[in-house]
Design a protein around this ligand. Structure first.
Ligand code: FES
Ligand code: FES
Length: 188
């Protein structure tokens, strides 16, 4: 994993290479660590958050499938809410708090619930697993806001995520299982 604080501190130069452009620094908190970037040359104004996270910072847990906001594979959490990182510009994330699936603890109830719901067969939450990080992050954001969702609320919250393997029933059960884990930990 790259040293995030060292990702960017090369000198800025203008479009004509004269060094005349006013440098702009962008700081994003990713998985608890502040990362600094300089707009040109490190990023351009059109760099997406998904590109920044995957290609600059190495957080490859998030996937980029459609790259146009239609599948949910690139979902991360920004300030507690699920966002499609392929639809967010890196500059728009300046000053914000981003969590990728790598930033969730191993004992996060959502992580545990999806892992437990992964036995092969009907009811599994994952087959190829490509969609799983997106579903996990969307579920995590849902449970941040509503720790005890109904099945209908789970389905509604996850409706923007696509699973090409068709594991929707298992994914919904994993979300409910995570909710139950949260309740059990609170009452323990
Ligand atoms: S890759 Fe972002 S929504 Fe599909
Ligand atoms: S498990 Fe394969 S796309 Fe969802």
């Amino acid at each position: 994993m790259p040293n995030k604080e060292n990702v960017v501190t090369r000198g800025a130069s203008g479009p004509d290479g004269t060094g005349a452009a006013e440098p702009r620094d962008i700081r994003i908190r990713v998985n608890g660590s502040w990362c600094s970037f300089r707009l040109e040359p490190d990023l351009s104004a059109s760099t997406t958050l998904s590109y920044l996270l995957r290609e600059k910072l190495g957080f490859t847990g998030l996937k980029v499938a459609c790259d146009e906001g239609a599948c949910g594979a690139c979902t991360v959490i920004e300030d507690g809410k699920a966002v499609l990182s392929c639809m967010v510009l890196a500059v728009e994330a300046d000053g914000h708090d981003i969590t990728t699936i790598e930033g969730l603890p191993k004992d996060d109830p959502v992580v545990e619930a999806f892992a437990e719901q992964s036995e092969p067969g009907y009811g599994t939450a994952m087959q190829c697993g490509y969609c799983t990080p997106g579903f996990v992050m969307t579920t995590r954001a849902l449970l941040n806001a509503n720790p005890t969702p109904t099945l209908a609320e789970v389905k509604d919250a996850l409706s923007g995520n696509i699973c090409r393997c068709g594991c929707y029933a298992g994914i919904a059960q994993a979300a409910l299982r995570a909710s139950a884990k949260i309740a059990a930990r609170r009452s323990a």
